[in-house]
Design a protein around this ligand. Structure first.
Ligand SMILES: [Zn+2]
Length: 346
């Protein structure tokens, strides 16, 4: 069977005709199979949704109980027959509950990896390599300039600044699903045990992580805390909140931003970020190319991000490769529009 007979990009997303479903559809469909809880992948209004328990919970938290006609939870490694195909979910290492979806039919296996990273993250199951014939990869940071380095080094940078400016507050912009919890966990890993303050938009999802057994130490709502009491503390907020009037409640705040985009100095300057922290929940260039090679796939489909460079790299490696040209995936980690929609959530 040709891969394009199994999965085909259509306006609603990646369509699996023989299985009767779409992966991460951007429009309402009868049957959706969803990789993870970020709002550009997990949208409300589908008939039936198949996803991990955590992804379903995150959709429930965001959209309410009736976000889909019906839901079905699947565990990592569990095999499920849908129409003429077999589907399995595997950890993507991106956020809690995130999954790569392997679709097998007639001896051909295609892995739709959604968003993924191969870097250390104490808040979710590590990325699992799934050998396949066709690998569908994201390309958010698909340029050789993107090398994220070690997140622990960035956390050290933040703590050094907190030590250097005990009279100032540290206000860290971080996306509220995944990035914020990972940053907190990384701070705890290096022994930072002071309370960490949260913007209101962070509370629900962070409490959910804690409820799922991710230890994050003492967390406090920043709301209602006196300005003077925030000196020397760390507060996490959605990126857009760190540049608005809300910051006036902090004493002389040092503004930080945790994102893979912080590798680009101009972006940090543009946003008025004093302390850029290169921490990403997506694979960097080395992670992408290493993973593609390791899957053993002879064919690679590249989507959302810097498709061209990665397609070019694959072709140079003797792999068949093409951009998927799917629209509607401005990732939460890279899209300003989504950043402001997160602030609206607050
Ligand atoms: Zn994502």
């Amino acid at each position: 069977m040709r891969p394009q007979d199994i999965l085909l990009p259509v306006a609603a997303g990646l369509c699996c005709k023989p299985g009767g479903f779409h992966i991460d559809p951007v429009r309402p469909v009868e049957r959706a199979v969803i990789t993870h809880g970020h709002s550009d992948h997990a949208r409300p209004g589908h008939g039936a949704v198949l996803a991990t328990h955590e992804t379903l919970d995150m959709m429930r938290l965001r959209y309410g109980e009736n976000f889909a006609g019906s839901t079905q939870a699947i565990r990592y490694g569990e095999e499920l027959r849908l129409g003429d195909v077999t589907v399995t979910f595997h950890p993507a290492g991106h956020v809690l509950g995130s999954a790569q979806i392997a679709v097998s039919c007639g001896g051909t296996c295609i892995v739709a990896s959604g968003d993924y990273k191969d870097a250390h993250d104490p808040t979710c199951t590590p990325f699992e390599l799934v050998p396949c014939d066709v690998f569908i990869t994201e390309a958010t940071f698909g340029l050789p300039v993107f090398r994220h380095g070690d997140a622990a080094g960035e956390v050290d940078k933040l703590l050094a600044s907190v030590k250097l400016f005990p009279e100032r507050a540290h206000l860290v912009g971080a996306y509220s699903l995944g990035k914020a919890q990972r940053l907190i966990a990384l701070l705890r890993e290096v022994g930072y045990d002071a309370p960490i303050y949260l913007h209101g938009a962070m509370e629900k999802i962070t409490n959910y992580y804690v409820g799922r057994g991710v230890p994050l130490g003492e967390l406090r709502a920043v709301k209602g805390v006196k300005k003077a009491d925030l000196a020397g503390t760390i507060t996490l907020a959605p990126p857009s909140a760190t540049s608005d009037i809300w910051t006036r409640r902090f004493p002389d705040p040092v503004t930080a931003f945790a994102s893979g985009w912080m590798r680009v100095r101009a972006r940090a300057r543009q946003r008025g970020v004093e302390l850029p922290l290169v921490i990403s929940d997506h694979a960097d260039w080395d992670g992408l190319t290493k993973t593609i090679k390791a899957t053993g796939a002879g064919e690679v489909w590249v989507t959302h991000g810097q498709e061209d460079a990665l397609v070019h790299w694959c072709t140079a490696q003797g792999l068949r490769a093409r951009p998927l040209d799917l629209v509607g995936y401005g990732d939460e980690d890279g899209d300003a529009a989504l950043a402001s929609s997160e602030a609206a959530e607050a």
